[in-house]
Design a protein around this ligand. Structure first.
Ligand SMILES: [Zn+2]
Length: 123
């Protein structure tokens, strides 16, 4: 291989590495977005349950719709399992950890959680 060939080859490899890294960043961003989406879904269910219960206590005639509450609780549990699986996959694959306090995905090197400020979050 002469100089020019080596040069072209190295550019090719450099570009390849760059695109792999870009793909990783995109994948990571997508995973984070999915995780955030599920977290929001869980919060919505919890909020809804809270409103039902509050209504039950403030309006004398309202009856507690237990079947709806149960359905929502089961859905939350299902989403939480999904969430944990996604997080564990991400942590195993990429050397990330997550905050045991709020669940934010963080790099293992980070000393504090950027979302809640919790300290030392080694998984
Ligand atoms: Zn946190």
């Amino acid at each position: 291989m002469d100089f020019l060939e080596r040069f072209i080859d190295s550019i090719g490899r450099g570009t390849h590495t760059l695109s792999v890294k870009t793909d990783e960043v995109i994948e990571l961003t997508e995973m984070k977005m999915n995780i955030r989406g599920i977290e929001e879904e869980i919060e919505e269910h919890k909020l809804y349950i809270g409103e039902i219960v509050y209504k039950y206590y403030t309006e004398e005639k309202a009856h507690m719709p237990t079947s709806e509450i149960k359905r929502r609780c089961m859905e939350i549990r299902r989403l939480e399992r999904k969430l944990n699986m996604m997080k564990e996959r991400m942590v195993r694959k990429r050397g990330f950890g997550y905050c045991k306090n709020c669940g934010e995905i963080i790099k293992k090197k980070q000393n504090y959680c950027p979302r809640c400020g919790n300290r030392a979050l080694k998984y």
